[in-house]
Design a protein around this ligand. Structure first.
Ligand SMILES: [Cu+2]
Length: 120
């Protein structure tokens, strides 16, 4: 019985912690999206942001230099091998945008793409 109460309060405190964390996240710093780039793909390959809400993209280039460019949104960053580079921007239009690797990384470079969905 005592164990059950302990387990329940433990679960409740985790749940409460998550709620507080999400609330702080929503009000404070920009939405942060972590992306890993390696020949010849981005993971995740599709991300979502909200129009008018600042977003930080943190790009980690695993194997060689990679970059990420959303031409229509005027967003571009170049990453060095083994490093994480960040760019913060506020999407000013809704839609589906194709991100392209912005640093030549080999034979599959031209098809190294990802999708950014910006919702209203
Ligand atoms: Cu590339």
């Amino acid at each position: 019985m005592r164990l059950r109460v302990l387990a329940l309060s433990f679960l409740l405190s985790i749940g409460f912690g998550l709620i507080v964390k999400n609330r702080v996240h929503a009000q404070g710093a920009p939405q942060r999206i972590e992306i890993v780039a390696k020949r010849f793909e981005f993971a995740p390959g599709e991300i979502t942001a909200k129009k008018g809400v600042p977003v930080t993209i943190a790009l980690t280039s695993e194997d060689v230099d990679h970059g990420l460019k959303f031409k229509e949104l005027n967003v571009s960053l170049i990453g060095k091998k083994g490093e994480t580079k960040e760019v913060t921007f506020t999407p000013d239009k809704a839609g589906t945008f194709v991100g392209q690797c912005a640093s030549f990384c080999g034979s599959g470079h031209g098809s190294m793409k990802m999708t950014l969905n910006v919702t209203e």
